[in-house]
Design a protein around this ligand. Structure first.
Ligand SMILES: *Cc1c(COP(=O)(O)O)cnc(C)c1O
Length: 456
């Protein structure tokens, strides 16, 4: 087994995405990292079993503890994010759970941007609240005062998405990181929509990055996965009272603390050896393999998807039936300046737009597409379309939808790798269906009320 991590740092992104962290099976010289679909790994003898459990020998023992296929993907993603270490888990939701349960305990508080993935919002509101972990939401994530006002003595982390869902209201990561660090707490960034190809949050002050690997990293809409990546800049022991599980003597470390034993890796080691190991959101090595295959073409797909998204957004903006397009690559977009600063290679491929005529127009358009797939996913090689207000965001109240800028005519797209002319042609014929409805008829009061109260 060879680890290329030192040399990896010198290569460009496209080189790293196919080589970093590669596993070389020195028995048969497989070039692709093989799928080690095995629950466990043989101990040569009594002493090796003892040493492996004792942490003296770092070989593999049991797949929930570690697996060669999974470890190879972890090294590759850590290299691409310019992070120190990564943990691969079964889904994006599992990644966020493991990251936050590695930091927070009952009585602690989290401050999150309000513009985030609905599943993450549900995790904070419905699950963490039952564990005694409270969450406050900041509506304008680029207002430092809003963060300051939300932070309490018990706050232990700030959380944002780099490109938020579904409105592309880009977050000034350096600004939020500065607030977090003033309070001695880490900034966690969900980087799913940007991918490390477009943005590396650790280079802008973030301390922990999470991804849903189910989206762009795997890239083909076939498997789920999630990843947690740690940087090396946060001093977990600077204020020992904030993270006692990292600074007090640990049962597994013979009386030393994680901070003493692992330094800047204290958090990620705890998240791996205590949280992920015990809660058990272990990915299948088969899924790990498919995620790695996806990563090998990440930059090629994301380049194509971003430039096609830019073309589709520009085309939509020029159509009279379209009220607004929330794509940060458009010069008219209020987040364009931040996008130029944080996303110079491309502004991603998931964005929303609002069709005039409200819910009825959105329904007509979505039912009329023939090439776009109606599906709740993103980052796929295929282009996808969904109406957030009646699906992913249906549990939000009317006021929360308004706050989030999610009106009845808002539709979200995830642009794939098809020919962009075909995508635009599909949207053009779908707009014909909207026009033939009753051009520009505003949503009735009844429709608006039905939309707002359509929670499942
Ligand atoms: C999909 C998604 C998640 C959840 O990931 P799963 O792999 O579906 O569990 C979290 N955050 C963002 C931004 C997502 O798009």
């Amino acid at each position: 087994m060879t680890e290329e991590s030192t040399r990896d740092r010198e290569f460009g992104f496209a080189t790293q995405q196919v080589h970093a962290g590669a596993f070389t099976d020195d028995g048969v010289n497989a070039r692709a990292t093989p799928i080690y679909l095995s629950a466990g790994f043989v101990f040569d003898d009594f002493a090796q079993a003892r040493d492996r459990f004792g942490g003296v020998d770092d070989g593999f023992s049991y797949t929930r503890v570690g697996n060669p296929t999974t470890a190879s993907v972890e090294r590759r993603i850590a290299a691409l994010e310019h992070g120190e270490q990564a943990i691969l888990v079964g889904s994006g939701q599992a990644a966020l759970s493991v990251a936050l349960l590695g930091l927070l305990q009952a009585g602690d508080h989290l401050v999150s941007a309000s513009s985030i993935y609905e599943g993450s919002r549900g995790l904070f509101l419905d699950n963490f609240s039952r564990l005694g972990i409270d969450t406050s939401f900041v509506i304008d994530a680029n207002d430092p005062l809003a963060w300051e006002l939300a932070i309490r003595p018990t706050t232990r982390a700030l959380f944002v998405e780099s490109i938020p869902n579904p409105r592309n209201d880009i977050v000034d990561l350096a600004l939020v990181a500065a607030v977090a660090h003033r309070h001695g707490i880490p900034l966690i960034v969900d980087n799913t929509f940007a991918t490390p190809y477009l943005l590396r949050p650790l280079e802008h002050g973030a301390d922990v990055v999470v991804h849903s690997a189910s989206k762009f990293l795997a890239g083909h809409g076939a498997v789920l996965g999630g990843v947690i990546v740690s940087g090396s800049g946060f001093d977990w022991a600077a204020r020992p009272e904030l993270f006692p599980h990292l600074t007090e003597p640990a049962r597994a470390l013979g009386g030393r603390s994680y901070a003493e034993r692992f330094g800047s890796s204290a958090f990620i080691t705890y998240a791996r050896d205590v949280v992920a190991l015990r809660f058990g959101p272990t990915p299948s090595p088969l899924n790990a393999f498919l995620i790695q295959q996806g990563i090998e073409t990440l930059s090629l797909r994301v380049d194509r998807q971003s430039s096609s998204a830019q073309a589709v957004a520009e085309w939509l903006e020029a159509q009279p039936e379209i009220e607004s397009v929330d794509y940060s690559g458009l010069p008219s977009n209020p987040y364009n300046e931040l996008a130029r600063r944080y996303l110079p290679r491309g502004q991603g491929s998931v964005f929303s737009f609002t069709v005039a005529g409200g819910l009825a127009a959105a329904e007509a358009l979505i039912d009329a597409v023939a090439l776009f797939t109606r599906m709740t996913h993103l980052g796929d090689v295929r282009s996808l379309i969904i109406h957030p207000g009646t699906t992913s965001h249906a549990l939000r109240t009317a006021e929360q939808l308004r706050e989030g800028g999610i009106g009845p005519g808002l539709i979200r797209l995830s642009i794939g790798v098809e020919d962009v002319a075909d995508l635009i042609a599909d949207l053009a014929q779908a707009l014909d269906a909207v026009r033939s409805l009753d051009a520009g008829r505003p949503a009735t009061v009844a429709e608006t009320a039905g939309f707002a109260g359509s929670g499942r």
